[in-house]
Write a protein that binds this ligand. Structure first.
Ligand code: NAP
Length: 259
C-alpha cells in the first residue's frame, strides 16, 4: 500500500516523552513514510529527545525554545539546509500551576502573558520561521497544524487561563490560514479529547475529564493518542489539501453534547 506521507518532510515540535501527543503524531508520520525532524527545549532535554528521535528514525533534532526569538531564527536557518519542508506540527502549551488551580478571575497578568506567549503566540512565530521553506519549493505549499482543546469555547473546570490561550490559538490558526493560503500553506488545529500526558497532569482533577468523556461522549469512550496521530496524517497528506483555517475535533464526539 502506498504511504500517505512518502517523500514529505515534517517538523514536529513538542515531543517531551513517549506519552506526548507529538510522539504519537510522529509515530503515525513515521508509519506513513515521512522524513521526521524534531525539536527539544534546551540542553536538559537534548539527550532524551535525541533518544526518542532515534526510535522514530528522525533525521535531525533541533534545539528550540519557542519563547526565544534567537532559537526560532536559528531554526529557520537550519531548515534552509532541508531540501523541502511539507508539514509542521506545533504541539506546545504551558501555563503556571498556580494559574491553572486558582479561579480564573484571579489569573495574574504575568501568568496570562506566559500562557499566551508559549501556547498561542508561539504558533505565529513558528509559522513565520517555517513558512519560507514551504513556500520556496518547486511546488509551494505545506500543512501547519497545532493542538487545541474544547476549553477554548466552553468553560472547563480548572482549565482556566489555558482556555483563553487556546481561544487565542484558534484565532491565530484562522489568521495564519488567511495569510499563508496564497502560498498553498494550510493551517489547522486538532482539538483532541483528554489524553493522560505530562501537560494534562497540570490540570487539577484531570481524571474527571476522562470520566465525563467516557460517560457522555457519543462513542462512550476516550480517544487514543494514535487517533490524534492519524488525523494529523490526514491534515499533512494530500488528502487534506482542501482543508484550512479549521478546527478538527478528535474527541469521540464529546463536543456535540449538552447533557
Ligand atoms: P506534553 O507531552 O507535556 O507536551 C507539551 C510540550 O510543550 C512539551 O514537549 C513541552 O516541552 C513543550 N513546551 C512547553 N514550553 C515550551 C517552550 N517554551 N518551547 C518549546 N517547547 C515547549 O503534553 P501534550 O498533552 O502532548 O501536549 C501537547 C499539546 O496538545 C498541547 O498544546 C496541549 O495543550 C494539547 N492538548 C492536549 C490534550 C491532552 O489531554 N493531553 C488535549 C487537547 C490538546 P518540555 O516538556 O520540555 O517543557
Amino acid at each position: 500500500m502506498p504511504q500517505l506521507l512518502e517523500g514529505k518532510t515534517a517538523l514536529i515540535l513538542g515531543v517531551a516523552n513517549r506519552w506526548s501527543l507529538a510522539y504519537a503524531i510522529a509515530q503515525s508520520f513515521q508509519r506513513e513514510g515521512a522524513r521526521i525532524l524534531l525539536t527539544y527545549q534546551g540542553e536538559r532535554l537534548k539527550k532524551s529527545v535525541e533518544d526518542l528521535g532515534a526510535s522514530l528514525g528522525a533525521a535531525r533534532v533541533f534545539d528550540c525554545d519557542v519563547t526565544k526569538d534567537d532559537d526560532l531564527e536559528r531554526l529557520s536557518r537550519e531548515l534552509e539546509a532541508e531540501e523541502r519542508l511539507d508539514a509542521v506540527v506545533h504541539s506546545i502549551a504551558f501555563a503556571s500551576a498556580e494559574d491553572l488551580s486558582r479561579p480564573f478571575v484571579e489569573t495574574s497578568r504575568d501568568g496570562y502573558l506566559l500562557a499566551h506567549n508559549i501556547s498561542a503566540y508561539s504558533l505565529v512565530a513558528v509559522a513565520r520561521a517555517c513558512a519560507p521553506r514551504m513556500a520556496a519549493k518547486e511546488t509551494p505549499g505545506g500543512a501547519i497544524m497545532t493542538l487545541t482543546y474544547l476549553g477554548s469555547e466552553r468553560v472547563m473546570p480548572n482549565y482556566n487561563v489555558m482556555g483563553a490561550a487556546k481561544a487565542s490559538l484558534e484565532a491565530c490558526v484562522r489568521y495564519l490560514a488567511g495569510d499563508l493560503g496564497p502560498n498553498n500553506i494550510r493551517v489547522n488545529a486538532i482539538s483532541a479529547g483528554p489524553v493522560k500526558t505530562a501537560a494534562a497532569r497540570g490540570v487539577k482533577d484531570f481524571s474527571k475529564m476522562l470520566e465525563a468523556v467516557e460517560a457522555r461522549s457519543p462513542m462512550r469512550r476516550n480517544v487514543t493518542p494514535a487517533e490524534v496521530g492519524d488525523t494529523a496524517v490526514f491534515l499533512a497528506s494530500d488528502l487534506g489539501r482542501g482543508v484550512t483555517g479549521d478546527v478538527l475535533f478528535v474527541d469521540a464526539g464529546y463536543h456535540i453534547t449538552a447533557m
